[in-house]
Design a protein around this ligand. Structure first.
Ligand code: GLU
Ligand code: MG
Length: 442
């Protein structure tokens, strides 16, 4: 089998493997390995210094100091933008065993819990992103200086200016077998969205990482910075990473086959209720940076309507709620572009299963525009608000045994430790805004 795969890759002109795994931060990491060593990559894996990888908690010495990324043969794929190189996705192993804190292993465990009940999870991940450059004097700005409309959603003036990048990206993803569906200008200057077809949850997360690799390389080749920062500009909307979710047992089991296509089945209602009940803890994984909470604002944001969900509610085609139900699937609008897709998906499964096991009720469908509701009315209706800072989200995660259970003890400890350090570094920083506001004020 190795021989066939190696021959196939060689015939496709591949001489080198890019063995890639994802750290807890959601960043692609890895090594280049000559194709001749494919067999080692697939069997033992390539070794890395464990403590040098974010979130492993591995020691600096001894047998557990070594993190192995073991290639998943099914993912081997030549990269059109890097001739001669094929990416292969690695799973984390330590001391010959699946490593519990590897994000891809975390998702595998979550999916195995679904499989025990005969269910498969499919996700369509929708990346929004910015194309930026570092301005000579003014700091970061959209790479396209002419992209300045008041209402830039679906702007066809600016979109073609990035045709070189966008078409190269479309071809790169298509060349890797992804079915690119739509590309549009999003609602902020310099912001775009690329959609590709949904797939099994693990494959979709692998596809998102491939998308990030391709977009980063193709933007850099054009002198631009590809940014998955959730909210680079205070006066513009941020970047979401919405998950379109369906659960399958032969057919789509979150919806009622006897009713209109967007009617949830009892199972679907419990699953969504789990997502709502665990929403504060899920934030820590789906919106994992200090900056994420500039996107998830309750009430007016400096950018006007941001379309980011701060209200813990669900409703048919309701983009102002955390969960928007659609025919045959629901859109989980919480994740932002900085989320590690494997961890966000694993946490989603844990929350959904808890909703099913405890037969939770998500409450009535919300059909109103929640962005129009004053806060007092939101509270009266019993609609919860999402955490408004990373610190609050981390406290919610620490208190949530279901979501921590999905991560496992090692990753829970490491994630909380590193993210609390991130919060503290931010909180201790004195920003330009503070100086402007206070320096001469008193
Ligand atoms: N950019 C919005 C967000 O941060 C979403 C816009 C949309 O609905 O496509 O979630
Ligand atoms: Mg969008």
């Amino acid at each position: 089998m190795f021989g066939n795969l190696r021959q196939g890759l060689q015939d496709a002109g591949v001489h080198t493997l890019l063995l890639q795994f994802t750290d807890a931060q959601g960043c692609a990491k890895g090594k280049l390995v000559p194709l001749a060593h494919l067999e080692e990559v697939l069997q033992a894996g390539a070794g890395f210094a464990g403590p040098s990888i974010w979130g492993t908690g591995l020691p600096r010495t001894g047998p557990r100091a070594e993190y192995y990324a073991r290639g998943d043969a099914a993912t081997a794929m030549p990269l059109p933008w890097l001739p001669g190189v094929a990416r292969i996705v690695g799973d984390g192993y330590v001391a010959g065993q699946p490593f519990e804190a590897c994000p891809r292993q975390v998702l595998r465990r979550a999916l195995a819990r679904l499989a025990e009940r005969g269910w498969t999870l499919r996700i369509g991940i929708e990346p929004e992103f910015f194309l930026l450059r570092r301005g000579a004097t003014a700091g970061w700005e959209p790479a396209d200086q002419h992209d300045r409309l008041d209402k830039p959603s679906y702007d066809l003036k600016s979109l073609p200016r990035q045709m070189g990048f966008l078409h190269a990206l479309q071809q790169a993803l298509g060349g890797c077998g992804l079915d690119v569906l739509q590309i549009d200008h999003e609602d902020a200057h310099g912001q775009y969205e690329v959609n590709f077809a949904h797939d099994d949850a693990l494959a979709s997360c692998d596809h998102l990482m491939l998308f990030k690799l391709a977009a980063q390389a193709l933007a850099e080749a054009r002198g631009m910075v590809f940014s998955m920062m959730p909210k680079p500009f205070a006066d513009q909307p941020g970047s979401g990473l919405h998950f379109h979710v369906s659960l399958w047992e032969g057919t789509r089991c979150l919806f009622d086959p006897e009713k209109p296509t967007d009617s949830l089945s009892p199972l679907g209602r419990h699953f969504i209720a789990g997502l709502l009940a665990h929403a504060p803890a899920l934030c820590a994984l789906a919106a994992p940076t200090v900056n994420s909470y500039k996107r998830l604002t309750v009430g007016e944001s400096l950018s006007g309507t941001s379309w980011a969900p701060a209200y813990v509610a669900h409703g048919p085609n309701n983009r102002t709620a955390l969960v928007r139900t659609l025919p045959g699937r629901f859109e989980w609008r919480l994740p932002d572009a900085s989320a590690n897709p494997y961890l966000a998906a694993a946490a989603l499964v844990a929350a959904g299963l808890d909703g099913i096991d405890r037969q939770l009720d998500p409450g009535p469908d919300c059909v109103d525009d929640l962005f129009d509701w004053p806060l007092a009315r939101i509270r009266e209706a019993g609609i919860g608000l999402l955490p408004q800072s990373l610190a609050q989200a981390l406290d919610a995660l620490e208190a949530d045994t279901v979501v921590c259970g999905a991560l496992g003890p090692v990753l829970t400890t490491e994630f909380l430790r590193l993210k609390r350090a991130e919060w503290l570094a931010y909180a201790r920083h004195v920003s330009a805004w503070e100086l402007e506001r206070y320096a001469a004020a008193f």
